[in-house]
Design a protein around this ligand. Structure first.
Ligand code: NAD
Length: 451
């Protein structure tokens, strides 16, 4: 029964796509504008739902709404230009021909969000809409209030046949994945990423995987260490470290470590003295996982935990070695290990021994250090002298590499991801050109082609 409903939802969307509704530019722009209206008019309900699921700070939840609206505005401003066929470069032999690159929507796209930033991870939906596709919107089952709010309110603003919201747990999601899509955009962990990849493989469906990993921070002695510590601790505390681009660990020399810790302590005092603390950890499983990772480590800041509330205080630990469990997995919590290295080249060697990160952070005033690290490492993206902020720059593509993901969105990539670039060559019937064409017709002869 459930299976039939799932198949029906996708088939109905496909039928709508085939009828051409979403290809129409006015229709696309109208739905994108209505998406903004949905976010603006229901901000309170969306924020409440997120805070109900995750006990996320309201300001952090509002930031997700802000980023989503900005992204939509960027798409609306550009979608008409991007959708026009591009003119391809010509050789002299093509001078009389038309050479075009069309941007064809793919069909029915599935976008799967993650729980930690439930709205942000659904922002690719808007790129798929701008590109003229029908989109099945699948929020994470780990944030049920957010999912229900979306399913209740979004259909009042955008076409529910072309852009249905699908709610369901693991079983229902796997049924959904059995359906045929023209593109799958998945955000989440690598384990489920592999399940989604395998499902996509059945129809050779192209896919983007937005995954996570360990994001290193290198702090150079030349950096403004007060600002560095403030920006690193903000990145670590945002959503209690439960962010794919959260700084995972710090690499610095022993000398820098001491000063960094002092400033990190002051930063935390400023952040949380008069304010509610960071949000709790999402569930018992992750709380216990983090508690286990902390075991046996040298805590220099924080360290208090509250099992009744799944709360972990922002914590800094030192003396960490690459063999410690905390260095074996993405932390995804408010714990910051510091690992000492001899210099920036040593830091690069350390980073390159691990998997390619989603984000890499470098704090330095020294251009040689900055360029050496950028040139000698591979990561989804790099931010110099700050954390997290690259995600909100509209014109910068966002995505991982290696085990941190494949494919990207944001800016024009949000559109390009969801279109097929179709080459169109328009020849003419000129009899003069036909003389040149004759050399390719039989009877073949080298005399005709040797020019
Ligand atoms: P999650 O549990 O929300 O799962 C992701 C999606 O997969 C959800 O839609 C969920 O409903 C579905 N799902 C979960 N288990 C499934 C299963 N067994 N079969 C089929 N579908 C299933 O999210 P998560 O994986 O815990 O997310 C955390 C990870 O996501 C972290 O590694 C984080 O770094 C990464 N992340 C990446 C980005 C990014 O943009 N690169 C953004 C946010 C989170």
């Amino acid at each position: 029964m459930v299976q039939a409903r799932t198949a029906d939802l996708v088939l109905t969307a496909r039928d709508a796509f085939n009828k051409g509704f979403t290809k129409n530019m006015r229709y696309r722009v109208k739905n994108l504008k209505n998406f903004i209206k949905f976010l603006e008019e229901n901000e309170t309900a969306i924020v409440e739902a997120m805070s109900d699921d995750l006990r996320k700070h309201r300001e952090e939840a509002r930031l997700e709404v802000f980023v989503a609206i900005n992204h939509l505005k960027y798409l609306i401003d550009n979608v008409r230009t991007w959708s026009e066929p591009d003119l391809a470069a010509k050789r002299w032999t093509d001078l009389l021909d038309g050479l075009y690159i069309y941007h064809d929507p793919l069909g029915v796209v599935l976008v799967m969000g993650a729980w930690n930033v439930p709205l942000l991870t659904l922002v690719p939906v808007t790129g798929a809409m701008a590109a003229g596709n029908c989109v099945v919107i699948k929020p994470s089952h780990t944030c049920p209030s957010f999912g229900k709010t979306l399913a209740r309110l979004l259909p009042k603003y955008i076409d529910p046949i072309c852009y249905p919201v699908f709610l369901g747990g693991v079983e229902e999601t796997n049924e959904l994945l059995e359906q045929r899509f023209d593109y799958i955009y998945y955000t989440g962990g690598a384990t489920v990423g592999k399940i989604v990849h395998r499902a996509a493989n059945k129809y050779l469906t192209p896919i983007t995987l937005e995954l996570g990993g360990k994001n290193p921070v290198f702090v150079d002695a030349s950096a403004d260490l007060e600002l560095t510590a403030t920006r690193v601790m903000w990145g670590k505390c945002f959503n209690s470290g439960q962010a794919c681009i959260a700084p995972d660990y710090v690499l610095c020399t022993k000398q820098v470590e001491k000063e960094f810790i002092q400033h990190a302590r002051s930063a935390l005092t400023k952040f949380f003295n008069n304010d509610p603390r960071c949000c709790p950890i999402v569930n018992d499983f992750h709380f216990r996982r983090l508690q286990k990772l902390l075991r046996g480590l040298n805590v220099v800041i924080g360290g208090r935990v509250d099992p009744l509330d799944n709360y972990i205080e922002p914590t800094v630990v030192t003396g960490v070695t690459p063999a410690d469990p905390i260095m074996q997995e993405e932390i995804f919590g408010p714990i910051l290990p510091i690992i000492t290295v001899s210099d920036f080249k040593d830091a690069v060697n350390f980073i390159n021994k691990g998997e390619k990160p989603l984000a890499l952070y470098v704090f330095t005033k020294n251009a040689v250090v900055r360029d050496y690290i950028i040139d000698n490492t591979s990561s989804g993206g790099v931010t110099v002298n700050d954390t997290l902020m690259h995600l909100i720059v509209e014109s910068l593509p966002f995505g991982g590499v290696g085990l941190s993901g494949m494919g990207c969105y944001k800016g024009k990539d949000s559109f390009d991801t969801f279109v097929h670039k179709k080459s169109v060559l328009v020849k003419n019937f000129s009899r003069i050109i036909e003389k040149v064409n004759e050399m390719r017709y039989p009877p073949y002869s080298s005399r005709k082609t040797d020019i």
